[in-house]
Ligand binder design. Sequence first.
Ligand code: NAD
Length: 391
Amino acid sequence: MIVQPKVRGFICTTAHPVGCGENVKEQIDYVKARPKTPGAKNVLVIGSSTGYGLASRISAAFSCGASTIGVMFERPQSGKRTATPGWYNTAAFEEYAHADGLYAKTINGDAFSQEVKQQVIDLIKKDLGQVDMVVYSLASPRRTMADGTTCSSVLKTTDGEYTNKTIDLAARTVSEVTVPPATQEEIRDTVKVMGGEDWKDWITALSGAGVLAEHTVTMAYSYLGPELTHPMYRNGSIGRAKEHLFATSKEITQEFPGVTAYISVNKGLVTQASAAIPIVPLYMSILYKVMKEKGIHEGCIEQMYRLFHDKLLADKPQVDEDGMIRMDDWEMREDVQQEVKQAWDRINSDNLQQLADVDGYWEDFYHMFGFGIDGVDYDADVEVDKAVPSI
Ligand code: NAD
């Protein structure tokens, strides 16, 4: 099949198997070209197929030399539909890992469910015995609860309507958007989906089954961002969920002897999860421009390699006064934020091209789906039915 991008709103409904594979290879090459990171042997990554979770898995495998089990929720190819990017990424990841003699297996299913937790426990018992690191990198719009009901997460404010600039990425224009406040029920549901409850459920299940090593590190990802995104993010419904995630990290460390839980505050980046947040993509396109000009722009793999190598598995984990790992240290630098703010105040449809890196945003967007990658022939007929070796 000849696979072309089909973009609908915030997502692309097709994915290119060869392009996704190249994307994974580039990330692996990045890590392999850098000093190794001793410290993790058997790593479970929940949300392992795209974005920060995939980059974490690549860092664990190719920098630490770890055996990895991934959990993802992806769709294989069927009929005329290509698989999702996370499926192709995982197929490529496992192939490269196996070629290097690294153990890598993946479970495809709903991480919120008890069944998937049990499948993972059985697999750890059978193949690895125990894991010494658990990365929780889920980003999901909804969660099916044990009683069969569904909670959906919303990206709204918590404090009245909020109006600010936003970008229409397709039209390349700047306009105003008013974001409505979430209801109490929506906030509660967002916390259920993106807060720490399921993370703790995982640690409870893994610990109860005796598959956590004597010293285990677990880590989940958050975002704080500058003031101009606070109404939407930090003080919004998603921010409430992230507060809960942070509180859960403290609970896990207290309640599970031998387990240390961290929150890593990562940089704002284009991923499938972040493209849908109002206002934030305009901020990110300005941020990309400023950070690229300063030579400090990072993508998921640069962030996750630096997290593993310099911060988490350094002699002593590098944390701030609240105990969080700050991978947003370069994003939040005063000189960076000052320039972003100046651009934000001036930006409109006419000067968008000069003040923001919209091309860079689109480049990252297409890359996520395996498009726009150098060296890939997009006119070639490719096999879209790719197997993930362990599934
Ligand atoms: P992503 O959409 O790229 O990845 C989400 C992963 O979760 C995928 O592997 C997907 O298969 C998996 N997943 C989703 N629902 C699932 C389910 N029910 N069962 C099993 N797997 C499921 O997202 P991302 O942007 O990498 O986000 C990961 C984490 O990082 C989130 O907590 C997010 O808030 C955080 N974060 C993101 C940014 C950003 O700018 N993108 C910044 C800081 C922190």
